[in-house]
Design a binder for this molecule. Sequence first.
Ligand code: FAD
Length: 273
Amino acid sequence: MVPISFEFYPPKTPEQQAQLDKTVAKLRTRGPDYVSVTFGAGGSTLSHTPETIRQLRTDGLEAAPHLTCMGGSREEIRNLLKLYRALGAKRIVALRGDLPSGMVSAGEMRYADELVSFIREETGDHFHVEVAAYPETHPQARDARVDLEHFIGKVNAGANGAITQYFYNADAYFRFVDDVRARGIDVPIVPGIMPIANFSQIRRFSELCGAEIPRWVAQRMLAYGDDVESVRSFGADVVAQLCRRLIDAGVPGLHFYTLNLSKPTMNVLARIG
Ligand code: FAD
């Protein structure tokens, strides 16, 4: 089995905290390489990420914070880097983020490559820096070629590796990796895996982030309608098949978007074996 990592979002209520605790207790039995915690764009004061990192690290997990630059100032980001260092974090996922609706100021950095450079300026080689990659092209990019250049810009700014946006089309990932390698870039590019437990939710996310759901998968899912068991079982089959193909091709790891639920990810892992 390849190294695996799990992504969580920081809980905001006691109920969400209890849900995350349950999920972490189940998923840690699968021996993740590390877990990561997302960060809401728009400034550190609104974020529960540091607290969740502190808790997961106290529980003995290698926990990596996500850090976004959209909406934040250099001073805020500098303070977060200091805090994460003090908490013992060695890995960070550096992102631009998206401007929350209603927020007008984009902040002092415009793109993730500037954030990566800033992290290197401030902390040298302390952090292993991951950035985002988009095998099916970022939805705001002018075209796939320009998006690839921007990805390469993040690696040249000092990123050690990348995690992809989720996809259900392995060929898009293979082609993206080939294009990156052809440019002489050899950082690991770990596929992001989104298990399917609730099809309408995944369809909504996919429209926003530009992930294509193959027609044959969507048609089967729609036919299941409210038959939740069939949706989950077929979803786990499809995603496990994708993971097996990726593992057979030699991917450096798998990063699971858990949405703070254990079952959908566990169902996929059980099928991979
Ligand atoms: P960038 O790499 O900056 O790219 C954004 C867009 O700008 C792309 O279209 C790119 O082509 C273009 N671009 C890049 N550089 C330049 C340039 N120099 N000039 C002109 N155009 C440029 N969001 C959150 O809010 N919190 C999270 O915790 C979070 N975690 C994520 C984890 C992963 C693994 C992934 C894949 C995404 C995550 N996101 C998160 C979503 C992410 O913030 C959005 O996809 C965002 O729209 C882009 O972020 P980025 O870091 O890829 O941006």
